[in-house]
Structures are given as C-alpha cells and as structure tokens.
Design a protein around this ligand. Structure first.
Ligand code: FES
Length: 80
C-alpha cells in the first residue's frame, strides 16, 4: 500500500524562481520549509522532486501534495 502525503496547506506556494537554479519540491508534506524539502521525508517512501527553472518567473508550487502535475499546482487543493 502506498503512503499518502501530508496536506501541508490547501493552497499553492508562490515562489519567484531564478533561471538555471534547481529547486527540490517536498512531496511528502512534512517539510517545515514549504514548498521545499528539508529532509523530513526520511523514513518514508517519499523523495523530493527536482524543479529546474528555465527562466526567472513566479511559480505556483503545489502545497497540498495532491497535484496531478507536481511540483506545480493544478487546483486539486480545492477538492480536498
Ligand atoms: S521533506 Fe518532504 S520530500 Fe523531503
């Protein structure tokens, strides 16, 4: 049976990303550095998802951890 992620928040996290930089999105929902990984997934089957910014822009990272298009928000939090 697969584990369910913790719902960190029922809204996306808006982040200004920098072109060429890598970001590690927390998929488990346990990180206290949302929306990014702080290592709290240890002991679970979750791993962070890498996001490489193609350009400097505003990105809506998934905060509920149930998006079908991780690491970005697809509006799924409205159904939780
Ligand atoms: S803390 Fe959640 S994936 Fe690392």
């Amino acid at each position: 049976m697969s584990e369910s992620p913790v719902i960190a928040q029922k809204s996306p996290c808006t982040v200004e990303v920098e072109a060429g930089k890598s970001y590690w999105w927390c998929s488990c929902g346990k990180s206290s550095a949302q929306p990014f990984c702080d290592g709290s997934h240890k002991g679970t089957s979750f791993r962070p998802t890498e996001y490489v910014a193609e350009k400097s822009e505003k990105v809506w990272f998934c905060g509920c951890k149930h998006s079908a298009t991780p690491p970005t928000c697809d509006g799924k939090h409205k159904q939780l």
